[in-house]
Write a protein that binds this ligand. Structure first.
Ligand SMILES: CCc1ccc([C@H](C)CC(=O)N[C@@H]2O[C@H](CO)[C@@H](O)[C@H](O)[C@H]2O)cc1
Length: 820
């Protein structure tokens, strides 16, 4: 006789079971005997969603009442991962739910496995946004995440004949129980057209923008529940629709295409995620996507602000808006347009509000990744914004000239407009001029930003520059992904570590305790066995859980140097071929990662990994001492099984190229040791865990610059290092490509003649460091000690610490408890 109340909100096994059966019947129209896996999953998802909803409503009500300062995160990408497991964890009902379902003969893990994840991002930047949303809610900071609800996310990767094949990510085919469509929250999005001067009744000059196309942005909301709190923050993603859908008149004229063309054109805006993690110049749809979600988000913030009754010139006191890289940077011009054109604010007053509203995070130093839009395209899509940007730029350059008279070169370098034909809008410059804070995502990266790509801006505004070293949420990446480790930590330290990871330090005193070490190894072992089972099932490759699991999982990119990892594998292979009795530490090399579809060298790197795997895995001389696996379709969900099972985490980027990295943190938090360069957050991980507990190799960022500046000749290294020459020649010989010497020629040629990312320069150091790691692994007492110390000292890399710093130093936002 559970009453209505508990069926919707009860957290007990009984009420969850009752609610599940209720939803299976009333929402899925099924009874248990005929329910499909998807029916069961949806019924459970709605059951869990119900238990979020009253917290969601309570949070919204509390925010309306208290009108707190609110953080708005503008990101073109979010990689939240599957929701069910994380919501069960944050509600603290995983066990009662598992029992409730078991009572009906249903495996919770089967439903967790069934869930499609929203792949609305490419990699690090998108996942960081999701970790930030988890920490903002867990720290009870009022926040809204704004983005795009792509109908098709990052492609699904299939490996066919050793190569990557992209297939459409139809993640919404079964619907999405976690989202709530808000048709009443819709905004006009104007595109193209022209502008004209106007004078209003009082004779005041203004500008009218006459667009040649208008469509709508509709809000689709997802609840983001914090861990162990009542706070539910909003992830508001915009979907595009035609202002007027079906054109009946066209239909009556028999012009059926005409009847639907507007619908099709507008829907295209939020149809698909751009699968590249570096910009492609001049993609009109990409600019449309960026403007689309920015204007809907700013219009939504202005609507919320007006409900508080506060005047618009206090907008920046209500909202702090973070620009997640330059992708939303058009927001600086759009807020000016809304304040000046739509709300008749004077330019100066509007600029005061704007420059105190935005803060900008840079996520990459790669020059080719800094977005700039050709002016003709910009003029065509956003004519009014171009005028506003010209005005912002004119006033900005006046300030630069004041500070640096006669320094025309500096003025040209700093201008938001790149005068090189066809002339471009530099989005990073617009972001810097329109923001009160600019930050990098790791100490080294933030320093290099000030010394290189944003040096001029640092010299002009040193007070704007900050560092905010990235972090990851320990909820998804330890508690959810590694419950065995989580239980061992809680039994040893109490449960406080999940909310305050600095408590992990207490583990140091257990690092040499034999019994604890044994438990520690069993936790890792069980995850390695689970991953081995998954790899056997997915890739039909059997791997030995006793071997050293050596893992590199991240987007495929030359600066991340997956091919340096392959050079090590072929080196070991050659050593075995040369001396079959060689006593090496058995290793299993596991790769995961997608390549941008248009990035030929990255796709060739995937081909090389699979080609080497084919040969090494069935070469009798190797006799199982080496195994190579490319795990297809790396995603947040696949990461759940990978991070806890790794012994060694590969962080091989050329120093100065990886802004931070976040996978490095997830591996280390799960007890993997890191082999890496002094790049990005590796530097700080090594500082925290101790140099003795980190396998370091490679040139430093300064040495990289010097080596390239002094004229780098990889050919000489190739010829001087016989083992390296043997490795490269074997690849070039076609040994891994059925004798076909042409397949990997481009990669080999690039290495020995250009090697922009200094693989050959770092090769010898890397191989020696790997030998060290292999030897250390044999001393399991020493290895386990290092593993325990790594976890003990990873507290800094919780995204809670990162978010607390953003709140203190940039957003000036305070936590606000919510009672239900
Ligand atoms: C326009 C295409 C595009 C898409 C994404 C990006 C991102 C900036 C790439 C990215 O994901 N950067 C990664 O951001 C992480 C979070 O801060 C860092 O940890 C990684 O080092 C950085 O490569 C650039 C260009």
């Amino acid at each position: 006789g559970t009453n209505r109340e508990t069926i919707r909100t009860g957290l007990s096994e009984e009420s969850i079971r009752a609610a599940f059966l209720d939803n299976l019947f009333y929402l899925q129209g099924r009874f248990p005997e005929v329910a499909t896996l998807n029916d069961q999953y949806k019924a459970l998802a709605y059951t869990v969603r119900d238990r979020l909803l009253h917290r969601w409503v309570a949070t919204t009500r509390a925010y309306q009442k208290a009108n707190p300062r609110t953080v708005c995160y503008l990101s073109a990408e979010y990689l939240p991962g599957p929701f069910l497991g994380n919501n069960l964890l944050n509600l603290g009902i995983e066990e009662p739910t598992r029992r409730a379902l078991a009572g009906l003969g249903i495996e919770l893990d089967a439903l967790l496995e069934h869930e499609e994840e929203p792949g609305l991002g490419n990699g690090g930047l998108g996942r960081l946004a999701a970790c930030f949303m988890d920490s903002l809610a867990t720290l009870q900071v009022p926040a809204i995440g704004y983005g795009i609800r792509y109908e098709f996310g990052i492609f699904d990767q299939v490996i066919r004949d050793g190569g990557q094949v992209e297939t459409t990510d139809n993640w919404l085919r079964f619907g999405n129980p976690w989202e709530v469509r808000r048709p009443a929250i819709a905004y006009d999005v104007r595109i193209g057209g022209y502008t004209e001067q106007t004078t209003d009744a009082q004779g005041r000059f203004g500008v009218r923008w006459v667009p040649n196309e208008v469509f709508n942005g509709i809000a689709v909301d997802t609840a983001i529940l914090g861990h162990g709190v009542n706070t539910v923050n909003l992830l508001r993603l915009w979907t595009a629709e035609a202002a007027e859908g079906f054109d009946f008149h066209a239909f009556n004229r028999g012009d059926y295409y005409g009847a639907v063309v507007r619908e099709v054109r507008s829907e295209t805006i939020s149809k698909v995620l751009y699968p590249n993690d570096e910009p492609e110049i001049g993609k009109r749809l990409r600019l449309l996507q960026q403007y689309f979600f920015v204007t809907c988000s700013l219009q939504d913030m202005i609507r919320i602000h007006r409900t508080t009754g506060q005047p618009l010139d206090k907008f920046h006191e209500k909202f702090s808006v973070q620009l997640n890289d330059t992708h939303p940077a058009i927001a600086v011009a759009e807020l000016m347009r809304l304040l000046v054109d739509e709300h008749q604010m004077g330019w100066d007053a509007a600029w005061e509000v704007t420059r105190h509203t935005f803060a900008y995070t840079n996520h990459t130093l790669l020059p080719e990744a800094l977005e700039k839009w050709p002016i003709p395209l910009f003029q065509n899509v956003l004519p009014r914004h171009l005028e506003i940007i010209y005005e912002i730029n004119a006033r900005f350059l006046d300030e630069v000239r004041l500070r640096h008279p006669f320094d025309t070169a500096r003025v040209q370098r700093m201008s938001i407009i790149d005068e090189a034909p066809p002339r471009f809008v530099r989005m990073a410059h617009l972001a810097c001029v329109g923001s009160f804070a600019i930050n990098g995502v790791a100490e080294l990266h933030s320093r290099l930003l000030k010394e290189t790509v944003l040096r001029d801006f640092f010299e002009l505004w040193p007070e704007k520059f900050q560092n905010k070293t990235n972090g990851v949420t320990p909820r998804r990446f330890v508690m959810l992904s590694n419950p065995g480790l989580s239980r061992l930590l809680t039994r040893t330290l109490g449960a406080g570590w999940a909310r305050d990871p600095s408590q992990l330090r207490v583990l140091e005193r257990h690092a040499d305790d034999a019994a604890f070490q044994q438990e520690w190894r069993e936790v890792k072992r069980s995850r390695k066995e689970a991953l081995a089972a998954r790899i056997l099932d997915r890739c039909n490759v059997s791997i030995d859980p006793d071997s050293l699991f050596d893992v590199q999982a991240k987007r495929i990119h030359e600066y991340k140097r997956q091919h340096l990892n392959v050079l090590h594998i072929v080196t070991l292979y050659n050593r075995i071929k040369f001396n079959p009795g060689l006593d090496i530490t058995p290793r299993t090399f596991i790769f995961g990662g997608k390549a941008a579809p248009g990035y030929a060298m990255a796709k060739l790197m995937i081909r090389l990994i699979n080609a080497v795997a084919d040969v090494v895995n069935r070469d009798p001389d190797v006799a199982g001492r080496l195994r190579v696996v490319f795990l297809p379709n790396f995603s947040v969900k696949l990461g759940h099984g990978l991070y806890p099972a790794a012994d060694l985490s590969e962080q091989l980027s050329t120093a100065g190229k990886e802004a931070s990295g976040t996978g490095n943190m997830k591996f280390s938090m799960n007890g993997a040791l890191t082999i890496g360069t002094l790049d990005g957050a590796n530097v700080e991980i090594r500082e925290e865990v101790g140099a003795d507990n980190f396998f370091l190799f490679g040139l430093t960022a300064e040495e990289v610059v010097r080596t390239l500046a002094e004229g780098y000749r990889p050919w000489d290294i190739y010829n001087a290092n016989l083992e390296l020459k043997g490795v490269i020649d074997l690849i070039a010989s076609g040994h891994f490509s059925h004798g076909d010497r042409t397949v990997f020629q481009p990669l080999v040629d690039h290495l020995v003649w250009h090697d922009n990312y200094l693989l050959l320069a770092d090769y010898a150091g890397y191989i020696a460091c790997q030998e060290q790691a292999g030897l250390t692994y044999r001393d399991s007492r020493q290895w386990t000690r290092m593993s325990i110390l790594n976890v003990a000292r990873m507290g800094k890399f919780s995204s809670d610490r990162t978010i607390a710093e953003y709140c203190r130093d940039i957003w000036r936002a305070e936590p606000m408890a919510v009672d239900v």
